[in-house]
Design a protein around this ligand. Structure first.
Ligand SMILES: C[S@@+](CC[C@H](N)C(=O)[O-])C[C@H]1O[C@@H](n2cnc3c(N)ncnc32)[C@H](O)[C@@H]1O
Length: 184
């Protein structure tokens, strides 16, 4: 089930349009990391993108309705696809969940995850991370307060940018403060 934060997070159609405008690519193969029940992925599938959801929750994947979406069980730190496979890798409201409750290994784990995301995206293509900002938005602060107890770790955009800047990629924040964009 969606958390209350996800419901308030925004309409999925609106998020899809924002992603599309940042993406600037008509067709291609996209990977939705932590895509859950396909709230955003279904728009990509409907619009002709070959769409894959990678998620460790069978319960969530079972809720995916669109038959065009490829459902893959797995985690962001070990993406079961080859190098340079996707035209877009994105995650919406899921980056903070990839921590799996492990504050201790946070840096190691997120270093693995960022490396994996870069590995599977094609050269000159984008990774887009959309998540709540725990330092800025009221909703971000609230989400952090409640979801931290479940082991989620929220990264402000500056920290996400720092994480990816270690690699040979371009990293910037979308003007709206809505997303961090990484170009391989
Ligand atoms: C709040 S839901 C967001 C779902 C979807 N992105 C959306 O916007 O509707 C977070 C998702 O992250 C998934 N998740 C948790 N740990 C993960 C991991 N290590 N790798 C990939 N996905 C993970 C959960 O199973 C869940 O489906």
């Amino acid at each position: 089930m969606h958390s209350i934060f996800l419901r308030i997070f925004g309409r999925s159609g609106k998020t899809y349009k924002a992603l599309r405008s940042i993406l600037n690519l008509e067709k291609g193969k996209v990977l939705d990391l932590g895509g859950g029940e396909g709230r955003i992925a279904e728009f990509f599938a409907k619009n002709g993108y070959k769409t894959v959801i990678l998620d460790p929750s069978k319960e969530m994947l079972d809720l995916v309705r669109d038959k065009r979406i490829v459902k893959k069980l797995g985690k962001a730190d070990k993406i079961p696809y080859g190098n340079n496979t996707f035209d877009l890798v994105y995650c919406v409201a899921s980056f903070h969940h990839f921590s799996e409750g492990s504050e201790k290994n946070k840096i190691n784990l997120y270093e693995k995850i960022s490396k994996e995301m870069i590995r599977v995206v094609k050269k000159n293509r984008k990774i887009i991370i959309i998540d709540l900002n725990p330092n800025k938005w009221f909703l971000g602060r609230m989400a952090e307060l409640f979801e931290r107890k479940k082991g989620c770790i929220f990264f402000p955009p500056e920290e996400i940018k720092k994480l990816f800047r270690k690699y040979n990629v371009n990293v910037y924040e979308h003007g709206s403060g809505y997303a961090v964009i990484i170009i391989k």
